[in-house]
Design a protein around this ligand. Structure first.
Ligand SMILES: NC(=O)c1ccc[n+]([C@@H]2O[C@H](COP(=O)([O-])OP(=O)(O)OC[C@H]3O[C@@H](n4cnc5c(N)ncnc54)[C@H](OP(=O)(O)O)[C@@H]3O)[C@@H](O)[C@H]2O)c1
Length: 316
C-alpha cells in the first residue's frame, strides 16, 4: 500500500521521503512545482503533479493510499499560494481526498504555537488546518514542531549571513524569546516511526530539540560554529517592522517579513524530553550539528540581505 507525501520536495519533505524509503515503504509524492522531483530516484518514488488547492489533482494522486503524510505548507505567503489557501483550504482538500481513498492514517505537520489568534496569520491558519484534520474523520497524528534546523534551512543560514557580514550582528528587539530548535532529520525520523504506531493516533505532539535557546544565544552558537566572536546590536521592533513592510512592497522575497517579525515576540517551545519519551531516541543539539553555516560566504550574505536565497544553500 502507498504512502502519499505532500510537500515531499521541501526542506522537511525530502528527509521524510528518505526515511520512508529506508523503511521500505512504497512512496508517492504530490509534486507542486514540476521539475522539483529531480531530487528523487525516479525508480523508487512515484510522482503525481498537483496542488493541495486543486481537489481534482488530489483525486489522481490518492488512489490505493493507506497513509498520508501532509507536509505542504508555506512559510512565506505568495500570490495564489497564501497561508489560508494552503494551510486551511489545502488541508481540508487533503483530508477529504484521504477520506475518499479510505486512508487509515493521516500524519499532519503543524507548528508549535498554532492558535486561534488572527494576529498571527501563519499560526492561525496552521491552527485552522489542525481543526480540519481533527474533524476530518481520518485517524490522525499531528506534529507541532518548534523551529527546524539542518542543511538548507532559511533561519540559521540567514543568521550566518549576518555573522559573516557584520562585526555587530543586528538583532530585532531584545532577542529574549526562546525557541527549541529541532533537527529536521530528527523530525523526519519521528514521522517515519509514527507510521507503525497505532498508539499515536488521535494525538497532537508538541516537539522540540534538547535545548531552549533565545535569539541572542542562537547568534552566539552560529558565530561559534563559524569560528567568530560577535557582539550584537539591538534594533527597535517598530523600525524593522516598517523596513520589512517597505521591502515587502519592493522585493519579491524580502529577507524578513512582517509576519515573521510579529512572531519573534512569541515563545516557541515544547515540553522537554518529548522526543525521547515518545520516540525513544535523543534528538541532536545545535552545537556540533550546524557545520553547514561555515560555508556561508560574504556574497551569500549580501544575496540573502537583498532577499534572494542562494541556490547553493537552498535549492528550492
Ligand atoms: N521549517 C521550519 O522551521 C518549520 C517549523 C515548524 C513547522 N514547519 C512546517 O513543516 C512543513 C514543511 O515545512 P518546510 O520547512 O519543509 O517548508 P518548505 O521547504 O517550504 O516546503 C514546503 C513544501 O510544500 C509544497 N507546497 C507548497 N504549496 C503547495 C501547494 N499549494 N500544493 C502542494 N504542495 C505545496 C512545496 O512545494 P513547492 O516548493 O513546489 O511549492 C514544498 O514541497 C510546513 O507545513 C511547515 O509549516 C516548518
Amino acid at each position: 500500500m502507498v504512502v502519499l507525501v505532500t510537500g515531499g520536495t521541501g526542506f522537511l519533505g525530502r528527509r521524510v521521503v528518505r526515511e520512508l524509503l529506508e523503511r521500505n515503504h512504497q512512496v508517492r509524492c504530490l509534486v507542486h512545482t514540476p521539475g522539483r522531483e529531480r531530487i528523487f530516484d525516479h525508480r523508487r518514488v512515484e510522482v503525481e503533479y498537483g496542488s493541495v488547492q486543486d481537489p481534482a489533482s488530489l483525486n489522481n494522486a490518492f488512489h490505493d493510499v493507506e497513509t498520508v503524510v501532509h507536509l505542504a505548507g508555506v512559510i512565506r505567503r505568495r500570490r495564489r499560494n497564501g497561508f489560508d489557501d494552503v494551510h486551511r483550504e489545502g488541508t481540508a482538500n487533503v483530508v477529504a481526498a484521504a477520506k475518499a481513498a479510505g486512508a487509515r492514517h493521516l500524519l499532519h505537520v503543524s507548528v508549535v504555537g498554532a492558535a486561534k489568534d488572527q494576529t498571527y496569520p501563519y499560526l492561525y491558519t496552521k491552527w485552522q488546518g489542525e481543526q480540519e484534520v481533527i474533524n476530518g474523520g481520518v485517524p490522525y497524528t499531528i506534529f507541532r514542531p518548534s523551529m527546524l534546523f539542518g542543511e538548507g534551512d532559511e533561519f540559521l543560514n540567514a543568521l550566518a549571513g549576518l555573522v559573516r557580514l557584520f562585526p555587530l550582528v543586528p538583532v530585532i528587539g531584545a532577542g529574549n524569546n526562546r525557541l527549541q530548535p529541532l533537527s529536521v532529520d530528527d523530525l523526519a525520523r519521528c514521522i517515519a516511526i509514527t507510521l507503525g504506531r497505532e498508539d499515536l493516533k488521535g494525538q497532537a505532539l508538541d516537539l522540540g530539540g534538547p535545548e531552549r535557546l533565545n535569539y541572542n544565544e542562537l547568534v552566539s552558537v552560529v558565530a561559534k560554529a563559524m569560528g567568530k566572536r560577535r557582539l550584537r546590536v539591538h534594533l527597535p521592533v517598530w523600525l524593522m517592522y516598517s523596513a520589512a513592510k517597505v521591502s515587502e512592497g519592493l522585493l519579491p522575497r524580502p529577507p524578513i517579513t512582517t509576519d515573521q517579525i510579529k512572531m519573534l515576540g512569541l515563545r516557541s517551545v515544547a515540553e522537554m524530553g518529548e522526543v525521547e519519551r515518545i520516540f525513544r531516541f535523543t534528538p541532536r543539539p545545535l552545537e556540533g550539528n550546524i557545520d553547514f553555516v561555515k560555508s556561508v560566504g560574504i556574497a551569500d550574505g549580501i544575496q540573502m540581505l537583498l532577499g534572494a536565497m542562494p541556490r547553493r544553500i537552498r535549492d528550492h
